[in-house]
Structures are given as C-alpha cells and as structure tokens.
Design a protein around this ligand. Structure first.
Ligand code: HEM
Length: 306
C-alpha cells in the first residue's frame, strides 16, 4: 500500500499555513527530488512534533503536472472547473504547487513553513500565503460550525484517497482550493433565522434542519448530492477561517478520491437545480481564487524523483 501524505486525512488543527508557489523555468529535474524530500520531511516531523499534531501535504497544480511528471497523469486531474452565473463567480486561479501545513502550535508551524520555503529556494517563487486559524468551536466566521458532516474515522481515507481504480496514483488525493472572502457586515445584518435558512442548520446548537424544512437555496441542500446509483457524493473538507480584519473568510479545501464530486457540488451551488435554486450563501461571500491540484502518495514522489 503506497503511503499517503498524512495531512490529507488528518483531523483538524488550531493553526494552518497555505503556501502557493509557481515554479521557475527548466528546473523540473531538481524539483522532483526536492518535492519528495519536502514531503518526507513533513512526514518525519509529524512524529517529532506529534504532541502538537503537526501534519501537511504537498500538491502539484493541474496545469503544471505534465511539465513535472510527464510519464503519467492522475485520470481525473483537470484545471479548476470555473463557474459563473449572474453575480455569483467561482473563478479559476491556478498555481504550480501548494504546501498545506497545519499544527496546534503557531511557533512550530512558522518554523516548518520557513524550512519548507528554504528547501524550495531557487526553484520556485512564493506567490500567495495565508494563515488559517480555528475560530471558536470549529466555526466558520459566519458563526456556523463547519465540518460537522465530514467523513469520520477510516471513512476519511475511503473518501479522500484514490484506491485501486487508478493504481499508479493510489493513496493520492484530488485537491480543490477556493479562498472565499466574506462580506461579514452584510451577513451580520441578517436576522439569525434567515442565516440559519441559508445554511440549513441552526446556529448555536448546530442542529440540521429536517429535510422538509430545508430551503432549496440552503447551502446544505445544494451540496448534499447523490450519484446515479443513489450513493452520497462525499468530499473531505479541510477548510479553516483565514485572514485579517481587512479581508477574511474561509480557505475552502476539498480532498477527494475523484474530482467529480467537488465539481458537481460547485456547479449546484452556483447554477442551482433545474428551477435555478442556487446557494444563497454566495450572496454573502465571494470566491477570490479556485485552484486544482493532486497530492500524490509519498511513494509516487520518491519513485518519480530519480
Ligand atoms: C457543509 C460552510 C463552501 C461543501 C457546510 C456547513 C457549513 C458550511 C457551515 C454545515 C456543517 C457541516 O456539515 O460542515 C461553508 C462556507 C463556505 C462553504 C462558509 C464558503 C464560504 C463550500 C463549497 C463546497 C462545500 C465550495 C463544495 C463545493 C459542503 C459539504 C457539506 C458542507 C459537502 C456537508 C453537507 C452535508 O452532508 O450536510 N458548509 N461551506 N462547502 N459544505 Fe460548505
């Protein structure tokens, strides 16, 4: 069984750092071993700093994959599925590499983020950086608990990691990232019941609405999808609030064994159902980025390094 990068399925943390890089030209033969080393380094540190639950993963951008690993490509790796309707935008903004590092201690997180950047020196440019944090009892900045219906226990691996269907990429994961900036002053002007109708759950005690009470425009209704066989389409969300007083929101991160589930959910949020019932959460938040990556197994990166 190829070894997964531990950050893909790890449980939530208190702090995170998101580093987006673009690669310099013509450095692929140096970057391949460097990536394997960085991923292995994070893997080893997760033992050393187990007390503070350090974890992370490195992912390669959909548009950069073929330059780096020309021999084979994950079957469903595609550019970000940008969507737009009226004033609801889910734009694409791709990067070559994504380093996602999380920890319960901010000082260790900072140390490791610096080390990772040093290991990449001369090969890549850091083009975006954000810091994520746990807000209250796992709430999004809208005040609603986020992550409740995420897969639990071993089901996290089942949902997030490629299996035997694409053997070369087994234990890897499709990653979609969207930086959402919230309009919190607009949100806070809404009465609580209206906010709850938009999410489809109660705010303080986080109780799911009964099926018949969920508005077709609620977030839960729009993303709770079934495939043609009637099975739930699931993703593992590793999102966290990010930002400063000036700009803040949710760094939305989906990990999944396919790219289809995320794509369908995003389509349902922006375009809605046949009657055009779209996700009203999008009236209060705006996606600034949309990037598609694949986080390969440690073994894939090691083998491809030479
Ligand atoms: C559920 C917030 C974007 C997929 C939820 C919940 C909240 C929430 C509060 C309910 C609690 C839970 O089960 O976690 C947000 C916010 C977003 C956002 C604030 C952006 C600003 C997205 C996007 C997708 C998505 C872009 C996928 C394309 C899901 C899924 C669930 C969920 C699959 C679980 C639904 C269920 O099974 O009940 N989200 N979300 N979310 N969200 Fe989001």
């Amino acid at each position: 069984m190829p070894r997964e990068q531990l950050g893909v399925c790890a449980e939530g943390n208190l702090h995170s750092v998101y580093l987006m890089f673009n690669a310099n030209d013509g450095i692929e033969s140096q970057l391949r071993p460097c990536l394997a080393n960085v991923a292995q380094y994070i893997h080893e540190l997760s033992d050393q700093y187990a007390d503070s639950a350090l974890n992370g993963f490195i992912a390669v951008g959909a548009n950069y994959w073929d330059s780096l690993y020309s021999a084979s490509r994950p079957a469903e790796l595609k550019p970000f599925p940008a969507r737009s309707a009226d004033n609801r935008d889910a734009p694409a903004l791709e990067y070559d590499l994504f380093a996602h590092i999380r920890c319960d201690r901010l000082d260790i997180l900072h140390l490791v983020a610096n080390e990772v950047c040093q290991m990449f020196e001369g090969l890549v440019e850091l083009v975006d950086e954000e810091r994520g944090f746990r807000f209250m009892d796992n709430r999004d900045l809208t005040g609603f608990v986020d992550g409740t219906e995420n897969p639990k226990g071993r089901n996290r691996q089942q949902v997030a990691l490629v299996g035997d269907e694409d053997i070369v990429f087994k234990s890897g994961s499709y990653v979609h990232v969207q930086k959402f900036a919230h309009n919190l002053s607009k949100w806070h002007r809404l009465p609580q019941k209206k906010q709850e109708d938009i999410i489809g759950r109660t705010k303080h005690d986080n109780i799911e609405y009964a099926s018949a009470d969920k508005p077709l425009t609620s977030h839960i209704k729009r993303v709770n999808l079934k495939d043609a066989q009637g099975n739930s389409m699931e993703i593992l969300r590793q999102s966290m609030p990010y930002g400063s007083v000036k700009e803040q929101g949710l760094m939305f991160i989906s990990n999944c064994r396919n790219s289809e589930n995320f794509e369908q959910m995003l389509h349902s949020m922006v375009h809605g159902d046949e009657e055009g019932n779209h996700d009203h959460l999008l009236h209060f938040t705006q996606a600034l980025t949309g990037s598609s990556f694949f986080a390969p197994s440690l073994d894939f990166m090691e083998k491809a390094a030479n």
